[in-house]
Design a protein around this ligand. Sequence first.
Ligand SMILES: Nc1ncnc2c1ncn2[C@@H]1O[C@H](COP(=O)(O)OP(=O)(O)OP(=O)(O)O)[C@@H](O)[C@H]1O
Length: 238
Amino acid sequence: MKSNFALVDVPAIRLRNLTKEFYSKSETVTAVDDVTLEISAGTFTCLMGPSGCGKSTLLHLISGVETPTSGEIWVNESNVSELSQAELSNFRLRQLGIVFQDHRLIPEFTLLENVTLPLEIAGISAVEARTAGEGALERVGIAELANRYPDEVSGGQKQRAGIARGIAGNKRILLADEATGALDRKNSFSIFGLFRELADAGFMVLAATHDQGVSEFADEIIGMEDGHLVAVGAEARS
Ligand SMILES: Nc1ncnc2c1ncn2[C@@H]1O[C@H](COP(=O)(O)OP(=O)(O)OP(=O)(O)O)[C@@H](O)[C@H]1O
């Protein structure tokens, strides 16, 4: 297996016959069912479907948080399922960030500290982490809020800080799980606009959402139903 992290500038995800089953005493749930999919660098792809159709599980599989029951997940030349724990940590540190609906910022830390903390935990020097953190906050348009605490900024600004944390450190792949669920229309559109900008700058953005408004911004909308991918409409953005 190659695991050439130098290829981060050309991110691409390839899923092959990916399946994830959850087992309980009474039943087996097939959350992701034989999904085959390719997503290229520089695109904003949106995953839509009813609650429970498997969107979060698919994102967790790609990020290595969940392991597949069968099938393969390739990010560039790396087979994510074959990475060791150390390689998986390195993969998330160098290549892939995740944004959650509830942003998960630490209230006692400033926005900048929230962005730099994971980098420092990963062994990046405080000076480098600060430079990377400031760059990421600037990238998402809230550089001037670096020293504010989460409860001193708006919901949309908190979400932007979560995105900055997701991309800090030259990561090029961003997975967003209902990142605009708690936002009003104006702020949701502002976040989708940011995902669009990131994609145009070469990032790969894959976002699960229920918000139909995303169609104005995404390159492609992929539908999901009962763990399967279903056609919804390619080239959503005119
Ligand atoms: N850890 C788990 N154990 C058992 N079943 C699970 C687990 N995680 C998810 N599931 C089941 O897998 C299916 C897919 O769940 P998933 O969270 O991926 O859906 P979703 O499309 O993201 O839903 P939502 O839009 O409500 O967030 C659901 O039936 C869910 O109950």
